[in-house]
Write a protein that binds this ligand. Sequence first.
Ligand code: AMP
Ligand code: MG
Length: 350
Amino acid sequence: MPHLAQHDKQRLFSGRLGGAGLGGGFIRAVELPSRAFRSMGTLAGITLGAAYADRIESVAEHIRAIFDRMEREMSAYRPDSAISELSRMAGVAPVAVSEDTFRVLDLGRHFASLSDGAFDHTVSPLASLWGFNGSRVPMAIPSDASIRERLKLVDYRRLVLQDGTAFLPVQGMAVDLGGIAKGYAVDRACDYCLGEGIEDFLIDFSGNVRAFGRPSRKEGWQIGVRDPFDGSRILGKIALPGGQAVATSGSYERFVEIMGEQFSHIIDPRTGYPVAGTASVTVLAADAVTADALSTAFFVVGLKGAGELLKKLSSVELLIVPDRYPADLRMTPGLAKILTTPKNARRSRL
Ligand code: AMP
Ligand code: MG
């Protein structure tokens, strides 16, 4: 879980973060009403401004229900989800999907095309070849021939979305919404809170964070960015502008080990290989689904491709930490303005 609101950090890492020299801010924030729960196999949390303390139970329950519903529809790990059905019916017939699932599939296509296929939610056949998505981890690195075979099954442009149905035209194609669904769920949870008239809140779904208003009159929301080289520490704090979202993709989150070598859970759909060279990517965007999809996309293109992808985007800020110790923080000017780091941190422009 790369980001946590300060209060969550203190609770989840119990004291260790205090040792990391965080100081200030989060002590008082700890008094805010908040709840954490598990959904989609990971941790989610909601924090409300102090004025809403008496509503925390009900709000948390509703948000949990929203997240759980998304999981039931979109998880590739649940054989009964619409997404599993879509993959099972590949090459056979279209399947009816909910409005949310349709939108996530469509948004996935949008970010896939924007990133020239660096983000591709049809990456699943490759992910399973490398031992992700519940598949057995291979004994040896997959052969070029087997990667080439799977590459033929990965192409977001072949996903057909029509009249509330989705269709994968070739048997063996499969969808994986792991790089986008949590961000989408956060946006829907924010809609719920706003609809309830709540003005100050922060939602955190496994590192996909969006916040509105402020935790107290004196300060705004501060988001810790996890140190990819030491999970008990943060690299810095982002002062999150109201209504905006941040997401982090990290190679430390999930990986497989094949013949003693670690491979990240983010796959380059253009080469078929797990991405190497990047430790973490943090994206700030206007909403959580954009931050989520783009953090995965920037992870794939890495430092080399970041400039080109940035040119196509507006209102997006970026932090890339290459996979070299000690951490070297490369960021856009807009992020530099809102990221506070310890004095000895190495930071520079992208
Ligand atoms: P995130 O943590 O948001 O970067 O998402 C990572 C997850 O997205 C992985 O665990 C996979 O489920 C999925 N994924 C892996 N590679 C890609 C890719 N190139 N495009 C889209 N989704 C991906
Ligand atoms: Mg993502």
